[in-house]
Design a binder for this molecule. Structure first.
Ligand code: DAH
Length: 347
């Protein structure tokens, strides 16, 4: 026992630590809770009673010695580092730091807001977790109507599972829910855009994602006409992309607008030659739109005899892909810095 203590004393006296690793090795061997010294303390109970006093003192000495030596080794290491510090040239210019930048989707959303704010639209917000009424029924999707299948929905609760309510609760499938909330709580004139995140139960591919972003637009007042809708969206497309862009309105169907139209612009990626983004047609859809169906106005307590309105909705990812020539939607959510860093300084 006593020889062991003497041997350890000798060993720790000789110990050196030039690197952090060596210091750590020393700590593990002599200081840590699993050190050889800790082992000896654990064995103390096996020491014959008549030797306990002498051995205890020797052990305590060893422990103090190990601790003192450890502090010396730490001092030695840090003063070595101090010496190294003298070799640092403080006059050298610093390495340039890497600055972050806004995500391309944030840039596009901000630009959309800016364009519409300049023509008198404000910005509204609404919930991502929504009830069936605001996401579907109020927008003129009758219960069990096949139009509901246009949007694959993530349900959170089926109505019948809940005692307090018989409505389904879901992740909103579009930002059109905000139109409804806005019209319920605001008297016309209403002129607002509503950016936000939406969710659909879709397989992820270069062209589709289960989480994406939309901007909804709504203008309700007396005498709002289809011409106002066309003027507004022409203005938007030209500001967003290119003054010489070609735009077309294509008749379409949405339950909440009548008449309805989809808005296409000439493909900016292939310039009309045909590519996977425009499905080789030379045109890409950027928004759905139409005159707010009188039923929808009435569902929200707005007099459809007195007021008319137009609405539109567009995908932010889609606009970003066209604006930046990106051909895979997934790049926006993978957050690979090599992709994102290309947007520094880009508007
Ligand atoms: N909510 C539609 C969708 O997600 C987009 C849309 C189309 C919104 C026409 C509108 C509209 O406000 O008028 O596919």
């Amino acid at each position: 026992m006593f020889e062991k203590v003497d041997a350890l004393k000798e060993e720790l006296n000789k110990a050196t630590a030039i690197t952090q690793e060596e210091l750590e090795q020393y700590r593990m061997r002599f200081i840590s809770r699993k050190s050889v010294i800790a082992d000896l303390f654990n064995d103390f109970k096996n020491v014959p009673n008549d030797q306990k006093k002498g051995f205890g003192a020797a052990l305590n000495d060893l422990k103090t010695l190990a601790q003192e030596k450890f502090e010396k080794l730490i001092d030695g290491l840090s003063s070595d580092n101090d010496e190294n510090d003298e070799n640092i040239d403080l006059t050298l210019p610093p390495l340039p730091g890497t600055l972050g930048s806004l995500h391309p989707l944030s840039k596009v959303r901000n630009r959309i807001i800016q364009i519409f704010e300049r023509i008198g639209f404000n910005v509204s917000d609404g919930p991502e977790i929504e009830d069936d009424w605001h996401n579907f029924t109020a927008l003129n999707f009758p219960p069990n109507h096949p139009a509901r299948e246009m949007q694959d929905t993530f349900f959170i609760h089926k109505g019948k599972d809940r005692v307090d309510d018989d409505q389904d609760i879901l992740l909103r499938t579009h930002t059109s829910n905000v139109q409804i909330r806005l019209m319920q709580h605001t008297k016309p004139p209403i002129r607002s855009i509503m950016p936000g995140r939406v969710f659909r139960n879709e397989a992820i591919s270069a062209r589709a994602h289960c989480i994406f972003h939309q901007v909804e637009g709504l203008y309700v007042d007396t005498n709002v006409s289809f011409k106002d809708l066309k003027d507004t969206l022409y203005h938007f497309a030209k500001e967003m992309f290119d003054k010489d862009l070609k735009i077309r309105f294509r008749p379409s169907y949405f339950p909440f607008t009548e008449p309805s139209a989809e808005i296409d612009i000439s493909c900016l990626i292939c310039k009309g030659d045909g590519c996977n983004i425009c499905k080789y047609t030379g045109w890409v859809e950027i928004a759905g739109s139409g005159m707010v169906d009188p039923n929808v106005l009435e569902n929200c307590g707005i007099d459809s005899e007195k007021y008319t309105g137009f609405a539109f909705g567009m995908g932010i990812e889609r606009i970003a892909m066209l604006k930046y020539g990106t051909n895979d939607l997934r790049l926006f959510t993978e957050n690979d810095v090599r992709f994102l860093s290309q947007f520094k300084g880009v508007i």
